[in-house]
Design a protein around this ligand. Sequence first.
Ligand code: LLP
Length: 437
Amino acid sequence: MKLHGTMTINEQGHLSIGGCDAVELAREFGTPLYVMDEEHLRAICREYYQSFVTKYPRNEVIYASKAFLTKAMARIIAQEKLGLDVVSGGELYTALEAGFPAEHIYFHGNNKSPEELSLALDSKIGRIIVDNLYELELLEGLCREKGVKAKILLRLQPGIEAHTHEYIQTGQIDSKFGMAIATGQAMEIVQRALAFDHVELKGLHCHIGSQIFEIASFKHAAEVMMDFLKRVQEETCRELSELNLGGGIGIYYAEDDTPAPIQEFAETIMNTVTEKANALQLKVPKIIIEPGRSIVGTVGTTLYTVGSIKNIPGIRTYVAVDGGMADNPRPALYQAKYEAALANKMQEAPTEVVSITGKCCESGDMLIWDIELPPVESGDILAVSCTGAYNYSMSSNYNRLPRPAVVLVRDGNADLIVARETYADLVRNDLVPARLK
Ligand code: LLP
């Protein structure tokens, strides 16, 4: 397993994260446990800020909170001077509860409800990214009722098929998100927005997909969007000043993953936009990017306790842990690959190939197929790395498993930022009608 962030191997031969012994963390907080490396998180936030904002002060980096959001996370993001992308009333509520500055919140989503839009307007968030004509009209009506004007961006489809899993591809024409440039619907929604009195069109947005390694795909998207900004200027005499190019930068999960450095990504985007602006005689717009996975993915590690081990001679050894698809559905959903290590045997050489399975009642509940590990025994602590993004946020109570706790580690301190769910939590909202009593 590659060591990320502040991970080291300590004198006991144990995995250490943020100066905390992972075996001790497992003992103190129980397993499964999500461990978040604060120093590593802040270092990545700063790299983004320095590459995109220090050099180009009008720009903004907004963290896509769908990847991982808790109140403590929102506080760290605010302290690191990043904005926040939310996609639901729940994410918005979490951010507001954490005291996140509303003017730096961007609200996404292809089917925001009137209640969600109302909450966004009442809390005076920075931008609403309008996805479609239905939403544009809904928002205009709500703003008229409230006597306010909303600052909006429009989500467009640049028509780019980036190489990634089809479930997380979003920039192509046949997508539920945004209005396609190629079909003429993008220009139509721009014109409609400009004609409305209660929305102020600030700019455009696109997001081409997630876990993308080719910087060329982002470059291409930036070019297409700049060309469209020019067309908007020609056809409407309005020069829009903001361009949000979405998130989607790939990260290292396992050996074949080759992410580009953030700085290189930033330079490519900014050079492309600047060159295009010059060639098209446009002002360089404020560039907004919204990384989620690449901020928090490598920051998280999940600790599990090994339970049953079943060897099928000549076929496979199943090593079962006390979590699985309920705390990490990504292998089942996207065939995602992960690396792992035995946190209590970091210095022992690998001797066997085993497969890691969860405890859900379903054969598809596999976390890792065919991984080399030192001799595995029941009671060992298995650490799965790079689980910071889309794990806790996509976790479920399938099989009525309580969701794990989340602990934030730094300089040898470990603070709980999400308490482990209890059985009582699981039945908290259950109701038994009188006729069943
Ligand atoms: N902006 C928009 C509009 C998005 O839809 C997304 C992700 C992001 C930004 C952040 O993308 P990121 O930098 O995290 O790649 N559950 C899937 C990922 C779904 C991504 C959805 N949208 C997974 O576990 O791989």
